[in-house]
Design a binder for this molecule. Structure first.
Ligand SMILES: Cc1cc2nc3c(=O)[nH]c(=O)nc-3n(C[C@H](O)[C@H](O)[C@H](O)COP(=O)(O)OP(=O)(O)OC[C@H]3O[C@@H](n4cnc5c(N)ncnc54)[C@H](O)[C@@H]3O)c2cc1C
Length: 478
């Protein structure tokens, strides 16, 4: 796009990196001066939750440092993007604003408004694909419909061939004339009283450089065992790249190509299939903007969920009395992340055994996950609740005891996050209520004392959920 003024604005959002950053490269094209901007916009639907804010602080600090090293800076502003971006473009004399495509409905609305305001001022908004492998409008079934099922979607994506190779980071960026910036510290993104982020700091280093080293470590090791390792929450079997990918510190095609190695096996392919799941979720959100709020299968809008504040609080705090669920919820609380297998078990327990609406669980995850992603979170909750298009059938209810015994056979994961059960023998660690009194006493466990009894009888909870789901489906068909 023409850049008559010699200055371009690059508007960073969920692409906080310099490598493989098409919006940045387009802004630099033709030797233009670059004004790099990030806007903290809490007026957009689904503003970042607490854990995401913690991550964002360091990610912006890291991006700012990388931009300064390349010769430019990062301008920080807080407020409405629809006001700030057009005003900054005018102040800097930028002819074009370059940004990554925002696939969330709030960003799509904002982008349309920013484009309109820029055009009225003789400027333009240019959007680039920075956060996904595919163009969401280009992938359609043979009859032109939007895919609702993952498997044919993934096949169609694979038929497009390999994604393009990632571009290296620019070494030198010509800075635009200086404009005023907020101070990152003044945004109060980090917790102070209480400081709940100690476990976050011990687990994560946000930023592009740390993302690249985590990727290198994963593709040099665990990816080769990913097929089995990814289901074992007690092991480091997955990449833990989700927050880096969400904030765009890594481009998905950089991850794709890094996992493409000489003589690779099935595990590498299985891993890349997860990257396609990520695009599938974003594709669903792109084509169904109500995904975060409403069930994709309208029949389930009438599902009679329970209001159960005590049950919800027990779930949130990891005090349900069901060890694998509690371990997952405490991992989430301590580290801002939960293993995928346990996300499925904990989410299923909430929506099936407790029969609490999936939106309640999604909202809690939104606030507590460092990788909280509107597309992946909403699509995954709908998948578990059975309300999506490509969901597990509603009558599939994860049994948290057998899941725990299968995927955390030695109880190592439960013992790590639920230390009050650490001394229970393996046989009982996933179902302490089945242990004889003497075994509990020997392990120092008092049910209803230092560890709760289950908040719901697992069989009763399961049957209650199946009754309600069946009734909903029957009534919808009548
Ligand atoms: C109830 C529920 C809520 C979830 N909420 C989120 C969320 O807010 N943000 C998020 O990024 N993921 C979410 N997931 C998906 C998945 O649990 C995480 O992406 C995964 O655990 C991240 O760990 P990892 O990076 O080690 O994954 P890996 O196994 O190493 O996978 C590599 C990458 O593929 C993507 N990916 C993997 N599994 C999925 C999936 N099922 N759906 C979409 N993308 C996937 C992620 O970007 C991940 O980083 C949710 C899953 C469930 C069941």
């Amino acid at each position: 796009m023409a850049n008559a003024s010699g200055t371009s604005l690059v508007w960073f959002r969920q692409d906080l990196r310099l490598h493989d950053q098409p919006a940045l490269l387009a802004a630099m094209a033709g030797g233009a001066r670059v004004l790099a901007v990030y806007v903290l916009d809490d007026t957009i639907a689904w503003p970042a939750g607490g854990a995401s804010r913690w991550w964002l602080h360091s990610s912006l600090a890291s991006l700012g440092a990388a931009l300064r090293q390349a010769g430019a800076g990062l301008v920080l502003r807080r407020g409405r993007s629809t006001e700030i971006i057009p005003a900054l473009a005018r102040e800097a004399g930028a002819g074009v604003v370059h940004a990554g495509i925002g696939h969330e409905p709030g960003w799509r609305t904002a982008d349309a408004e920013v484009a309109r305001l820029l055009a009225a001022d003789g400027r333009a908004l240019a959007l680039h694909r920075t956060a996904s492998l595919i163009d969401f409008d280009a992938v359609r079934s043979k009859t032109g419909t939007v895919y609702g099922m993952y498997t044919p979607f993934a096949r169609a994506v694979e038929e497009l061939g390999e994604p393009g190779r990632p571009e290296p980071a620019p070494v030198a960026i010509k800075p635009a004339k200086a404009v005023a910036s907020d101070r990152l510290e003044d945004w109060d993104l980090l917790p102070t009283h209480p400081d709940w982020a100690g476990g976050f700091r011990a687990t994560w280093t946000p930023g592009e450089a740390a993302a690249a080293s985590r990727l290198a470590q994963f593709v040099g090791g665990a990816v080769a065992r990913y097929g089995t390792g990814r289901n074992l929450p007690g092991e480091d079997g997955t990449s833990m790249l989700s927050p880096h990918l969400h904030f765009g510190e890594l481009s998905p095609r950089a991850v794709w190509h890094a996992s493409r190695v000489e003589g690779e096996g099935r595990d590498h392919h299985t891993y890349r299939r997860e990257l396609i799941w990520r695009d599938f979720s974003a594709y669903l959100l792109w084509h169904h903007p109500t995904l975060p709020e409403a069930p994709l299968r309208p029949a389930f809008a009438r599902l009679a969920s329970r209001t159960d504040p005590d049950g919800l609080r027990a779930w949130q705090r990891g005090l349900t009395g069901v060890p694998i669920v509690d371990a997952g919820m405490r991992q989430l609380w301590q580290t801002g992340w939960m293993h995928n297998r346990v996300r499925m078990i904990a989410a299923s327990f909430l929506v099936k055994h407790l029969l609490i609406a999936w939106q309640e669980g999604a909202a809690f995850f939104w606030d507590t996950l460092v990788d909280a992603d509107l597309a992946s979170n909403s699509a995954s909750w709908q998948w578990i609740a059975g309300t999506g298009i490509d969901s597990q059938p509603f009558f599939r209810v994860f049994n948290p005891v057998t899941q725990g015994e299968k995927f955390d056979a030695d109880g190592g994961y439960v013992r790590r996050f639920v230390p009050e059960l650490a001394r229970l023998p393996d046989k009982y660690v996933h179902a302490p209520w089945t242990a004889p009194a003497a075994v509990l006493a020997e392990a120092g466990v008092t049910l209803g004392g230092n560890y709760p009894r289950p908040v719901v009888d697992l069989n009763e909870g399961r049957n209650r959920a199946l009754d309600v789901y069946r009734r909903t489906v029957r009534e919808a068909a009548a």
